[in-house]
Design a protein around this ligand. Structure first.
Ligand code: UFG
Length: 341
């Protein structure tokens, strides 16, 4: 019998890529998504890639009654991967209550429903944002957390704490928080990828949309940072590599020999890349010049951060396989395909 995995936010960017990897690893996937930031046809695209259509239930996890009904019917869920959340840093500053309600209430409801229905395992989408601007680079899992600079970031810190405390109080619940660095790129089939609504907040969709002619020019937020070329440095990892880490995490949780209740892993490449280097990589692999100008720093930006992924490499037997150039290439192939519809 296939093990059943609940993926919340499974039609979103990282959720859809993870669903593909789960199906390809022999899991049955059921998705809950409110389609706030994604399209229902993603499940058809997943079917085109894998030959299997995951089931999709459209409702909001803030609705605890619906969630309870769902979990009562699906007590055989072996693990939950919880992606569903708001994720725009800037927006969260203006709408803190929306972020706290959506990101934290949904998590509390989910843990409640898991406890009530004997669903034992959770993988949580966390972020390197919990480290703030680290004093020492690269960042290990033991690097100190710093006060969050946005309500969004705070929901990830508090979310981790809620999960940790739950696993301490209830030994039947096991969880892994995965702290993502910067996921980019798209599935090699170009059938799924990142599709932000409106003006993209993140660098790579802004680059691809500018290259496609949808945006006038890219604004590079600052070239006066204390970095080799003055632009901010991040650790960009391919979304398919990131998706595969979730499969490993699920397998680790459902392994009965694994008695650890709560663990945290950094997921990154270990390589710091500047904004200007990211643009150059895109230009190199596509042959397209990206029109950009340097503008003022963006409020709240971290100057530089990249992962020490050695703990995940060793403990999970996982590492990133795609290069920055390959990631950029897939991001561009996806942009072209999705616009040509
Ligand atoms: N950038 C630009 N121009 C743009 C967009 C981004 O120069 O139009 C720069 C940013 O200043 C930053 C880099 O590109 O230096 C990456 O920015 P992103 O917005 O793509 O990513 P962030 O690192 O700021 O944020 C991401 C996720 C957040 C998460 C955070 C953790 O989007 O959800 O990583 O550090 F919290």
């Amino acid at each position: 019998m296939k093990k059943k995995i609940l993926v919340t936010g499974g039609t979103g960017y990282i959720g859809s890529h993870t669903t593909v990897e789960l199906i390809e690893n022999g899991f049955e996937v059921v998705i809950i998504d409110n389609l706030y930031n994604s399209e229902a046809d993603v499940i058809d695209r997943i079917q085109k890639i894998t030959g299997i259509k995951p089931s999709l239930e459209v409702f909001d996890l803030c609705n605890s009654e619906k969630l309870d009904v769902f979990c009562r019917k699906n007590r055989d869920i072996a693990a939950v991967i919880h992606f569903a959340a708001y994720k725009a840093v800037g927006e969260s500053v203006n709408k803190p209550l929306d972020y706290y309600r959506n990101n934290l209430l949904s998590l509390v409801n989910l843990l409640d429903a898991m406890k009530k229905n004997g669903i034992p395992n959770l993988v949580f989408s966390s972020s390197c944002t919990v480290y703030g601007q680290p004093e020492k680079l690269p960042v290990t899992e033991n690097s100190p957390l710093q006060p969050a600079t946005s309500p969004y970031g705070n929901t990830k810190q508090v979310g981790e704490a809620i999960i940790r405390d739950t696993t301490v109080s209830d030994k039947n619940i096991k969880a892994i928080s995965l702290r993502y660095f910067n996921p980019i790129g798209a599935h090699p089939s170009s059938l799924i990828g990142e599709l932000p609504r409106g003006v993209p907040e993140n660098l790579v969709p802004y680059i691809t949309q500018t290259a496609y002619g949808l945006r006038e020019e890219l604004k590079v937020f600052g070239d006066d940072y204390n970095t080799p070329d003055g632009s901010c440095v991040r650790d960009y990892l391919h979304v398919v590599d990131l998706a595969k880490a979730h499969v490993v995490a699920v397998k680790r949780l459902i392994d009965e020999n694994n008695k650890t209740n709560y663990e945290v892993f950094n997921l990154g490449t270990g390589i710091g890349v500047s904004v200007l280097e990211a643009i150059k990589s895109f230009e190199k692999v596509t042959g397209i010049k990206v029109k950009y100008k340097i503008v003022a720093r963006r409020a709240g930006d971290i100057e530089k951060i990249w992962a020490d992924p050695s703990y995940a490499n060793k403990e999970l037997g996982w590492k990133t396989l795609s290069t920055l150039d390959e990631s950029m290439k897939t991001a561009w192939e996806w942009e072209k395909k999705v616009r040509s519809k």
